[in-house]
Design a protein around this ligand. Structure first.
Ligand code: AMP
Ligand code: GLY
Length: 443
């Protein structure tokens, strides 16, 4: 895939890029950024064991909350561009702080991150901008929640207002489950993040993730992806951070995307401008394509994980220029990403027990895997004292492949996954089932 009208030069120096975060998402961003010849070094704070396997990449061991040490190091390393991966530092205002110190930063300020860190604020934002989304109520006591749950004409979804590591959304199957979910949030399951609760009409339809890189005013859309949130095959089991993804999503036809641009993406950016929020970063639109059209399920102020790992291999070396242009408010509006020549898929290998309790520290063995159009992006790994790769998280690593069609992609992924092992390894075998012609859920 090529990224057009970006120009082959940076506006300024782009030798040293910093990526903040420690997951597979950040490793895939670093991997895509280092493809550019102007980039000499990509630093990751803190990164993980997999970061060191990526060309030009180096981890730095600094606590981002230690602002003085952080700034001192960034000046010393002559950092030209900073990309902030996860939502928590964005919600804590890290981008604002770094911009004040004159760094170019890809990532919204605290005001823009509110799209993700307050679900009720995001719902009101959508209401103000008349953006299609499920009907909702905002409640701050269990009593009020109960009244609405009992009187609601339709089934409801229950959401803690604040950040809850992807665990704050309950999709109950009955009023009873709905009440239990509201009770657990108000009883402090997510502490302050659950002081407010959003009750939302349960809507139906396939889900798709759309990412717009935004410079505060203009935007570029990346190829859409479909994530698989449930732990088990056939989309059963608990919600997870994401078990796999594929991109581009054929579900999003040109007409459908144009409709999304007109009804959702542009109104969102216009509303940000209206609210005087200078959003320089990615807006993640979690959408549901319902019978009555696309609706926003959620906004995030960051790239999706594992969507990012899936999309990055479809980007060419100009990708970092897009990030830089966004950080400087310099998109021309003419940049576009050609429809990809290849398609991409990603499967995540997780620890036994995830998303509940799991053990870490198991040795990971990686046999001979393909190197062309095949990447491993570590999500949760570490190195032992003698340099052995160990599991260090619920989601351990992702294997990502590209090819002419999705059947070839997933054949390659699952073939390579056989060569990766650790105690308790688990992954879904049906990732991409919607787009694999040679796969049926009866298999
Ligand atoms: P979130 O953490 O906001 O991404 O929500 C997790 C999942 O809950 C989504 O991917 C949807 O599958 C489901 N979900 C969230 N909101 C709704 C809704 N209003 N109706 C139906 N399902 C929903
Ligand atoms: N893949 C879902 C997320 O990043 O929230």
């Amino acid at each position: 895939m090529s990224i057009k009208s970006v120009g082959s030069k940076s506006f300024s120096r782009l030798e040293n890029v910093l990526v903040i975060g420690n997951g597979g998402r950040e490793n895939s961003l670093a991997w895509a950024i280092q493809k550019n010849k102007l980039v000499k070094k990509v630093y990751l704070i803190p990164g993980n064991a997999g970061s060191e396997r990526i060309k030009k990449c180096k981890r730095i061991d600094i606590d981002i909350n230690n602002k003085n040490a952080l700034i001192e190091n960034l000046y010393f390393l002559k950092i030209d561009l900073i990309v902030i991966g996860p939502e928590i530092p964005l919600a804590n205002g890290l981008a604002d702080f770094l911009r004040k110190k004159d760094f170019k930063v890809f990532g919204p300020g605290q005001d823009g991150a509110k799209l993700e860190y307050s679900k009720s604020w995001a719902k009101e934002f959508m209401q103000d901008a008349k953006i299609p989304t499920a009907n909702f109520w905002k409640v701050n006591s269990l009593e009020d929640a109960k009244k609405i749950i009992h009187s609601s004409p339709y089934p409801l979804v229950v959401k803690a207002d604040g950040l809850a590591s992807g665990k704050g959304v309950f999709v109950p199957n009955s009023k009873d489950e709905c009440l239990k979910a509201a009770e657990s949030i108000f009883n402090g399951k997510f502490s302050k993040a659950g002081d407010l609760v959003v009750l939302e009409e349960k809507i139906q339809g396939p889900e798709v993730s759309v990412f717009a890189l935004c410079d505060g005013e203009k935007y570029v859309i990346l190829p859409a992806a479909q994530d698989h949130k449930r732990l088990n095959e056939r989309d059963k089991g608990p919600n997870t951070g994401g078990m796999g993804a594929y991109s581009p999503a054929p579900l999003l036809t040109k007409d459908c995307l144009n409709n999304i641009i007109k009804k959702i993406i542009e109104p969102t950016i216009n509303e940000l401008i209206k609210k005087k929020i200078d959003y320089k970063g990615v807006i993640y639109f979690g959408l549901m394509i319902t019978k009555s059209g696309p609706k926003v399920i959620e906004y995030n102020c960051r790239f999706g994980d594992p969507e990012c790992q899936t999309i990055m291999p479809l980007m060419d070396q100009n990708f970092v220029f897009l990030l830089e242009k966004c950080s400087m408010g310099n998109l021309t509006g003419d940049e576009f990403i050609d429809p990809p020549q290849k398609v991409s898929g990603c499967v995540i290998a997780v620890s036994k027990g995830y998303p509940k309790e799991y053990k870490t520290g198991f040795p990971i063995t990686i046999g001979k895997i393909e190197t062309i159009d095949c990447q491993i992006f570590d999500s949760g790994t570490t190195l032992s004292k003698n340099g052995n790769l160990l599991t260090d998280g619920g989601r351990v690593l992702s294997i990502v492949c590209q090819d002419k069609d999705f059947d070839l992609v997933f054949e390659k992924i699952y073939k390579n996954l056989k060569k990766i092992n650790f105690d308790g390894i688990y992954f879904r075998n049906d990732i991409g089932h919607q787009v694999r012609k040679n796969f049926s859920l009866e298999n």
